[in-house]
Design a protein around this ligand. Structure first.
Ligand code: R5P
Length: 290
């Protein structure tokens, strides 16, 4: 049975179709004191595939509750799909006294799951924080599916060097174009500095690709540089469209053609589904484990 977290209801439904598995009814309630209660009233079968993006503290707690609920209801195998795993950017103690939040979260959910599936976590090394089998899926190639054909001299560019592999994956699927990246220095949560390369972007269609849009500062700074350089149209592709703190408006004001996001976080811009990629990963590990 596919068991959806409250933030991943559309993706869970698409995955249920992909895997030809029933979709469980889940209730999401809140007590007067603010505590959440996620429940699976009629869980049936042996295997539970929980699909739960953990973009808020509440959805983290919900995930723990869903894992416990299906185990209590008799599930003999629990697969936890975390389309967007919150707290992964705190993957080390950046200052004395800080927690490694990603590790704390992984430790919390590991005892109640047999396998974990992640999609483009901020750092792949987050997989090491879990006890069991972890599969990491790359959804970047699918971002190319929503781009229009016939882009003019397309350039696929990453806002920093760490995302250039994502930009390259999108270019490879699109089939044509060059790749590049900015040199980015982050001064604060709201201030990033970017140095452009020598690439001439005038009259070219540009696709900026990153793993996540949080506040939108990174992407809007990149877009402004590209428009200043005379780019024809600027598209944005991201795996996780978190779009916090007015990010959508920042992007529009910077001058974009379209934002293409996946459904790891369900937003209006989530035009690409990661369900086929997740289904393939689950089926592949099934074969591997037989
Ligand atoms: C940073 O390394 C990430 O890849 C993203 O570029 C970053 O998290 C985006 O954050 P924001 O949208 O707040 O600039």
């Amino acid at each position: 049975m596919i068991v959806p977290g409250s933030s991943s209801q559309a993706l869970a439904s698409t995955l249920a179709t992909e895997l030809n598995e029933p979709l469980a009814e889940v209730t999401y309630d809140r007590f007067p004191d603010g505590e959440t209660l996620a429940a699976v009233p009629e869980f049936g079968g042996d295997r539970a595939i929980i699909v739960a993006t953990t973009d808020t503290n509440d959805t983290w707690v919900e995930l723990l509750q869903l894992q416990d609920a299906v185990t209590e209801a008799g599930a003999t195998e629990v697969i936890t799909v975390i389309p967007y795993m919150g707290y992964t950017r705190q993957d080390r103690a950046f200052k004395s006294g800080h927690p490694v939040s990603a590790r704390a979260m992984a430790r919390a959910i590991s005892p109640t799951t047999d396998r974990v599936v992640l999609i483009n976590p901020h750092e792949q090394s987050v997989a090491d924080f879990f006890d069991g089998h972890v599969t990491i899926c790359d959804a970047a190639p699918h971002l190319a599916e929503s781009l229009p054909s016939g882009l003019s001299e397309p350039l696929f560019i990453a806002p920093d060097s760490s995302a250039v592999e994502l930009a390259t994956a999108v270019r490879d699927t699109y089939g044509t174009g060059s790749t590049d990246y900015f040199e980015k220095t982050r001064h604060s949560g709201t201030d990033v500095e970017m140095i452009t390369s020598d690439t001439d972007v005038s009259n070219r269609d540009v696709v900026v690709v990153d793993d996540i849009i949080a506040t939108g500062v990174t992407m809007s700074t990149a877009v402004s540089h590209l428009n200043d350089g005379g780019a024809a149209r600027v598209y944005i592709g991201c795996i996780h469209p978190l779009l916090a703190r007015g990010a959508r408006t920042k992007l529009e004001r910077a001058g974009i053609e379209q934002v293409i996001g996946t459904d790891t976080i369900e937003q209006e811009v989530s035009v690409v589904s990661v369900a086929p990629t997740v289904a393939t990963a689950i089926n592949a590990v099934d074969v591997e484990m037989r």
